[in-house]
Design a protein around this ligand. Structure first.
Ligand code: SF4
Length: 226
């Protein structure tokens, strides 16, 4: 499978924030977010390969229960993801899959961490990808499938106050249960995150959505393998 890295760290986002976890970051993505903080898996994917068995062996070497499969977009490597999840599940691991929720494959997983992309993600400077990204970034029927079949959380990256209305409209349209919605500040610089988190916590208090820090950025900054 195409991958970029395997590393052991703390989960930095969402309902399992702070839980020691082994991450497998798959490579390649079907979207191109303007602010993608892993451009080495999307805009400029590295051409690294690992077999499912090698990935399984490397992940299990750490002896850690929680495994997070992230990307890129993990679900576009259907067969590999299916096999790997089956093997990890048989070993008793807790599996979280982080996805942009535009591709559905029935795999064995404990938590689907959906991160639907709002209009703030559209790459306005790239004509070709602007069109593809905007056409593909939201797939209500796929989100409904995940919500129907798995325990889910829905994480939204928030740039501006106007994004909140988009979240509310989408939550109503799908529908997404309020208690599974998590808002996170967009940004990779501490100053940007701090500025946004100040008003974002007030939004959470008002709407009842959950706030999530981006712990890995707070601790290590925007570094790979963290
Ligand atoms: S969906 Fe994720 S990996 Fe893909 S471009 Fe957007 S932020 Fe990057």
């Amino acid at each position: 499978m195409k991958y970029s890295e395997i590393f052991y760290t703390l989960q930095g986002e969402g309902q399992l924030v702070g839980v020691p976890s082994v991450f497998l970051r798959t490579s390649t993505c079907n979207l191109r977010c303007s602010w993608c903080d892993t451009a080495y898996t999307s805009w400029y994917p590295e051409d690294k390969n690992i077999s499912v068995f090698e990935a399984f062996n490397e992940i299990t070497t750490f002896g850690v229960k929680h495994v997070v499969i992230t990307g890129g977009e993990p679900f576009i490597q259907r067969e590999e993801l299916t096999t790997l999840c089956k093997m990890l599940s048989a070993k008793g691991h807790h599996i979280t899959i982080e996805t942009n929720a535009t591709v559905f494959v029935p795999v064995q997983a404990n938590l689907i961490s959906m991160s639907p992309k709002l209009s703030n993600s559209t790459p306005l400077d790239d004509k070709r990808w602007k069109e593809i990204h905007d056409r593909e970034r939201l797939k209500p029927e796929i989100m409904r499938l995940f919500l129907d079949k798995y325990e889910c959380q829905a994480k939204f990256v928030i740039s501006d106050t106007q994004d909140i209305q988009e979240v509310q409209e989408l939550a109503e349209q799908i529908p997404i249960p309020k208690e599974t919605i998590i808002l996170m500040p967009q940004g990779i610089e501490e100053s940007d995150i701090n500025t946004r988190q100040k008003w974002l916590v007030e939004v959470c208090k008002k709407t009842g959505y959950r706030y999530s820090p981006r712990l890995h950025l707070n601790i290590w900054g925007n570094k790979r393998g963290t």
